[in-house]
Write a protein that binds this ligand. Sequence first.
Ligand code: SF4
Ligand code: SF4
Length: 177
Amino acid sequence: MSSRAHNKKSDTLHDLFKKYAALELHIQRIITGATGHYCAECTARCCKEHFCKESIESPFLTTLVKKQKMVYHAKNGWMSPSGCRLAYGRPLVCYDFFCDAISDSFSFQATNLKEIVREFVSIGNRAHGASHLICIDNVDIISSTKIDTMLKRINTLKMRLITLSLTKSCIQCTVHK
Ligand code: SF4
Ligand code: SF4
């Protein structure tokens, strides 16, 4: 690969990390808004250190985690009394489970969270061969075409979230009622 092509690829890879983290932050805000009060009062927290661990085992997630300059706790992982310490770079399993209390809640269903999360998790599908982005040992082997595909998926979901929040604002607005 020429040095120009190499630089271009590292720029798009950098863009992927940046945009993935920004999207995850956006989704986290929606999740916290819809589920935060349930989790804050929960006495049977579903987080476990062995789930947290994927974030320090996956090279892609590790890069995102390192940016947050926090120390992983051998017993508690990212768990803290106020919830998860990771703002982004969370393992996908953390987006896989919502307990019944949350799944049945109006706020969860009204925000269409299950579908949003499913789309978020699928962004990294087949990033290299059959492997998901999170499972790739060396992110440098991901082709520019695949990186572009993931960036497009990120953008599509981001636009969807913006449309959703605009729709929500319009529903709540009283100016034109
Ligand atoms: S998702 Fe449900 S089980 Fe897990 S911490 Fe929140 S309220 Fe508790
Ligand atoms: S949400 Fe955070 S604390 Fe909970 S299992 Fe995932 S990484 Fe660990």
